[in-house]
Ligand binder design. Structure first.
Ligand SMILES: Nc1ncnc2c1ncn2[C@@H]1O[C@H](COP(=O)(O)OP(=O)(O)O)[C@@H](O)[C@H]1O
Ligand SMILES: [Mg+2]
Length: 364
């Protein structure tokens, strides 16, 4: 593949969506084959755009024939030095002391992905992963192209929910992560990267941030209508990292009608508001139990509390999901209930929520 053709292809991809009035070819400072690796030096038009520019460039290159390994380097805007050569040895005074640099974040879209939806909750155990997984399946069954990202670094449950325990991630020639395909969806979990199930993931700050950003921007998602992201419970690093780096369509919050769950979900809603992520709605899980013998609904954890909470915060309830022992049993066997029992009340609730969600995001 000739460099000229590569430049031609890069010209077709603009950076307007991240606020830069240039195309990829215009920021190329140097491009050459070194060994079997295509090395491209690009001028970074704005801080914080490395991931998205890398993702866009690899996207363009992956559509060209015979492109081998690719190494993308960045030089700062305005610098004349092309860092292809070895950096000079020895100590150098930093141009700006680190504490003087203002952190700048740019929320970026993933190329090809229309809607990134985060599923959060205040408390663990309210069914957040169950909701994320079944909602993703329900959207896929409605004909949408769907990806599911398990960003619960502290307790990934997507491998169990989809019968994918022991699966390992592979990468393509561009070092992009290849998601696992199941039920017509692209699935990626931090669980696919751990050496064993019992490995504790005690990641904090920068490492977590790097892993997550890599997950999102270095994965071969292809074209998706929805990328559903299962967050860890609470209001920690993962939520903040996503809020700073990713252009989310919005968040869904999952709660049960229990007072303890409601108290915590209020904190989650406040956090999303603080970081300017729109809360698209509330999903009430374990709302009631339908007794098999008399078919009556029993509101075990109380009735109306989630509606009251949603009202107070000006939020929409996207749907209520009943308690069904089949959910837990089938989940443990790796079959989401929307697949195993499509006619159950629970599955119907998920399908209805999927439809409501697609209406809520249309036009966004
Ligand atoms: N609607 C439901 N009916 C019955 N069991 C449920 C329901 N939703 C979730 N569960 C079960 O509750 C437990 C916690 O759910 P999970 O999705 O792992 O919660 P979280 O991700 O919030 O920690 C699991 O065993 C799950 O199968
Ligand atoms: Mg979970």
């Amino acid at each position: 593949m000739a460099v000229k053709e590569i430049i031609e292809a890069l010209k077709q991809e603009t950076l307007e969506d991240v606020g830069v009035n240039q195309n990829l070819a215009q920021i190329v400072k140097d491009i050459k084959m070194i060994g079997d690796t295509l090395t491209i030096v690009m001028e970074l038009p704005k801080d914080g755009l490395e991931d998205i520019i890398r993702a866009k460039t690899i996207d363009v290159l992956s559509n060209l024939p015979d492109v081998g390994k690719v190494d993308i380097k960045f030089s700062k805007s305005g610098s004349t030095q092309i860092p292809l050569k070895q950096a000079p040895q020895g100590r150098q005074a930093p141009q700006h002391p680190p504490q003087m640099q203002q952190p700048m974040f740019t929320r970026k879209k993933i190329p090809g992905v229309k809607h990134i939806i985060a599923v959060g909750s205040g408390k663990g155990g309210v069914g957040k992963s169950t909701v994320a997984a079944n909602l993703a399946v329900a959207l896929s069954k409605l004909g949408y192209r769907v990806g599911l990202l398990d960003a619960d670094v502290y307790g990934p449950s997507v491998p169990t929910l989809f019968g994918l325990k022991g699966e390992r991630i592979t990468v393509d020639q561009f070092q992009r992560l290849i998601p696992i395909e199941k039920y017509n969806m692209k699935i990626l979990s931090i669980g696919f990267m751990l050496p064993s199930e019992d490995t504790p993931v005690i990641w904090r700050g920068p490492m977590l941030m790097k892993a997550l950003t890599e997950f999102l921007f270095s994965t071969k998602w292809g074209n998706l209508d929805f990328l559903i992201t299962d967050l860890p419970p609470g209001t920690g690093d993962v939520q903040i990292t996503l809020a700073q780096n990713v252009d989310l369509t919005g968040a869904l919050v999952v709660t049960t009608p229990q007072d303890v769950a409601l108290a915590d979900v209020k904190k989650a809603v406040s956090m999303f508001k603080e970081v300017n992520i729109p809360v698209l709605g509330v999903i009430e899980n374990m709302a009631y139990f339908i007794c098999p013998s008399d078919k009556q609904k029993y509101y075990i954890f109380g009735k109306g509390k989630v509606a009251e909470f949603a009202n107070t915060y000006g939020l929409k309830i996207l749907g209520s999901i009943p308690i069904d022992p089949e959910v837990a049993e089938k989940s443990d066997r790796g079959e989401p209930i929307v697949i195993s029992h499509p006619d159950s009340e629970v599955a119907k609730a998920f399908t209805s929520i999927a439809k409501v969600l697609s209406n809520v995001v249309s036009g966004k």
